[in-house]
Write a new protein. Structure first.
Length: 67
């Protein structure tokens, strides 16, 4: 897995789509479940214009994809 450079997290469709691609490449398991839930939460935050909340969930999803 490629390391995300110092976790520069942004809340965007692009970031979410990239994470979804990472999740698709993961094997089944707890980390994948966690990442999927975090991405969904990030999308909900983005819909509410809660950018900090969105970034927080994207960061958590990224960490899960690196397990």
């Amino acid at each position: 897995a490629l390391g995300h450079e110092e976790h520069h997290v942004e809340c965007s469709e692009t970031a979410i789509n990239a994470l979804k691609a990472d999740i698709q490449a993961m094997g089944d398991g707890e980390a994948r479940t966690t990442a999927t839930k975090e991405v969904e939460a990030a999308q909900q935050m983005m819909a509410k214009n809660d950018i900090e909340g969105c970034k927080s969930h994207i960061h958590s999803a990224m960490e899960a994809t690196e397990k």
